[in-house]
Design a protein around this ligand. Structure first.
Ligand SMILES: *[C@@H]1O[C@H](CO)[C@@H](O)[C@H](O)[C@H]1NC(C)=O
Ligand SMILES: *[C@@H]1O[C@H](CO)[C@@H](O)[C@H](O)[C@H]1NC(C)=O
Ligand SMILES: *[C@@H]1O[C@H](CO)[C@@H](O)[C@H](O)[C@H]1NC(C)=O
Ligand SMILES: *[C@@H]1O[C@H](CO)[C@@H](O)[C@H](O)[C@H]1NC(C)=O
Ligand SMILES: *[C@@H]1O[C@H](CO)[C@@H](O)[C@H](O)[C@H]1NC(C)=O
Length: 523
């Protein structure tokens, strides 16, 4: 198990492996206060995204994103037939949000700008000053409170006019994204020093173009997913290089991208074919995005290139379904990140397969050729995809560290991690999840020497969870979606996280299942 990286197993790796297996990561094992602490330069934060919390979908001059348009046209797409028109109404309650962030004591707040709030048509011929001011006020308040804004430019809310032209599958949309990014750097670069170009291009391209469940359900498997991947990467590189040339000398900020990954583990660690399947899974779902940016040689990983080329040829295509980068593009992408933003939630068990009943032809799943399963012993307290396996995060950051040497110089920042449940403020499962995942990160930092320098919880508060609507909850704060005030209340996990942030250690006994709530911490 461990990582099936190119590094040959040696005794040191095997020793780490057995230690890992002992450190199972469940709260039954851990009690007391963690002996390791988070280093002084480690930043804690919380994350949100514009569409999921803001609401105010047509207020203050905002234009429509595809999530507005698609959910209005297809109200039954979300599980509870909801949309993001009001969401947590952060458009009106942002000062409360900032108070909540202050109470947690965190150093960072990751949020996103809604492209169509500042550019209602997506294009820079029409700048919406009311929207410009909205974000300016938030950034000013955060900086005043000594909270670093970490700002995502694109968190899935593609302007509707561009989605009508194909969204990221249209290479020209990259030009308009660059215009939008330049405007954002001009408007806010004095206050914002940490930028993220795109959120989770892997999951975004997969869910928009490969499946038919998320807006706008393009359903172009095996083809759209790679066009989206390719143009998303080019959009990132374009904006990184533009900032580097036009803004970095004055503004001195950092720019990166957020990549998402589940940890891939062999179903049977003793079977070499399962070990290979896990590696293939990681390369096809994470390496495809990380290798062009973080590897020394750049471009797509060789196994990714070969797999898609081979399958395309077999299927009678005269060109690969995965486009090629030019040499200039490979160079622009290589090294185009000042840190590694990683979203991680869960893990998968993998074994080779030629075909599964739910795979389409062609598709990324078929190109990958691995069957995904989960371990029945992994708990699943909320959404039917989020299985709790805390050691996965330690293995994943080790996989990155082993694959990309540059991560000795630039740090990994966990930009999202968290657990779903179905609501309530006594969220013991979430408390355990954060304790156990953060403990595994402490082990990765102190025992494996991984260069992890930050951690952002998903999420600050309950929100609009895309296709799941409001049926599942991710927040440290609950939001009463039945109240016009969208009243926010801290959950046990908020108190627990505030304690971790304050002490820089994990106290596994801070919140006990049998005990009531000690509300001193957030007052
Ligand atoms: C801290 O170290 C002590 C002594 O080695 C050990 O008994 C205890 O379990 C450790 N605590 C945690 C939370 O790792
Ligand atoms: C922006 O889009 C709106 C709504 O479609 C339209 O009425 C308006 O004319 C557009 N403005 C510009 C400057 O393109
Ligand atoms: C692709 O096909 C070539 C030629 O058949 C083969 O040598 C290679 O192993 C294949 N690569 C992968 C990743 O399947
Ligand atoms: C909403 O907030 C207002 C102002 O604080 C308050 O007067 C009102 O009672 C609240 N309404 C609800 C339903 O909580
Ligand atoms: C509640 O938490 C505060 C601050 O963390 C602590 O000082 C206090 O002792 C706790 N009270 C109880 C009853 O545990």
């Amino acid at each position: 198990m461990w990582s099936s990286s190119a590094v040959a197993p040696n005794t040191a790796v095997l020793l780490t492996l057995s230690l890992l297996q002992l450190a199972g990561g469940s709260s039954d094992v851990n009690s007391g206060i963690s002996n390791y602490s988070f280093p002084d330069d480690f930043i804690f934060g919380v994350s949100t995204a514009a569409f999921q919390i803001e609401g105010g979908w047509n207020e203050g001059g905002k234009g429509e994103s595809i999530w507005d348009t698609y959910l209005h046209e297809h109200p039954t797409v979300t599980k509870d037939h909801s949309n993001g028109d009001v969401a947590a109404d952060s458009y009106h309650h942002y000062m409360e949000d900032i108070e909540m962030i202050k109470k947690l004591g965190v150093q960072g707040y990751r949020m996103s700008i809604s492209w169509t709030r500042i550019l209602p048509n997506g294009t820079d011929n029409n700048i919406n000053q009311e929207g410009v001011k909205y974000y300016r006020t938030i950034f000013e308040e955060l900086v005043k409170a000594n909270i670093t804004p970490v700002v995502t430019l694109y968190h899935w809310d593609m302007p509707t006019p561009f989605m009508n032209l194909g969204g990221w599958t249209n290479a020209k949309v990259v030009d308009y994204f660059e215009d939008y990014a330049r405007l954002a750097f001009n408007l806010y670069g004095d206050l914002v020093k940490m930028w993220l170009t795109l959120n989770e291009p892997h999951f975004h391209c997969f869910s928009v173009y490969e499946t038919d469940v998320l807006a706008p359900a393009f359903n172009a498997p095996g083809l759209g997913v790679y066009l989206c991947t390719h143009n998303s990467l080019l959009a990132h590189a374009r904006v990184y290089r533009m900032y580097e040339k036009e803004f970095k000398p004055d503004q001195k900020g950092k720019v990166s991208i957020v990549l998402d990954a589940s940890m891939g583990l062999p179903k049977d660690p003793n079977k070499p074919e399962d070990v290979e399947a896990a590696e293939n899974y990681l390369q096809m779902n994470l390496g495809m995005f990380a290798h062009p940016i973080y590897s020394e040689e750049g471009d797509y990983p060789r196994v990714v290139r070969e797999k898609v080329n081979n399958m395309s040829r077999l299927q009678g295509y005269s060109r690969s379904r995965l486009p090629y980068f030019t040499d200039e593009e490979v160079t622009a992408l290589r090294g185009s990140a000042d840190f590694f933003g990683l979203n991680h939630y869960t893990s998968e068990l993998l074994s080779p397969s030629v075909m599964e009943p739910n795979w389409k032809v062609p598709s990324l799943a078929q190109d990958t050729g691995v069957k995904m399963e989960t371990d029945p012993s992994w708990p699943m307290p909320g959404a039917d995809w989020l299985y709790v396996y805390p050691p996965g995060i330690r293995k994943l950051v080790n996989w990155l560290q082993n694959n990309y040497k540059i991560l000795k110089k630039i740090p990994i920042i966990i930009t999202e991690n968290g657990l779903t449940d179905f609501g309530g403020t006594k969220d013991y499962d979430r408390v355990d999840y954060y304790n156990d995942y953060l403990y595994q990160l402490l082990l990765a930092i102190h025992e494996d020497g991984c260069n992890v320098k930050g951690y952002f919880c998903w999420s600050l508060m309950d929100d609009m969870e895309w296709g799941d609507g409001y049926t599942i909850k991710f927040g440290l704060y609950s939001v009463d979606f039945n109240s016009p005030n969208r009243t926010r209340t801290p959950k046990l996990s908020a108190y627990n996280y505030a304690n971790i942030v304050r002490t820089r250690r994990i106290d596994f006994d801070y919140i006990k299942r049998s005990e009531g709530l000690n509300t001193t911490a957030l007052k």
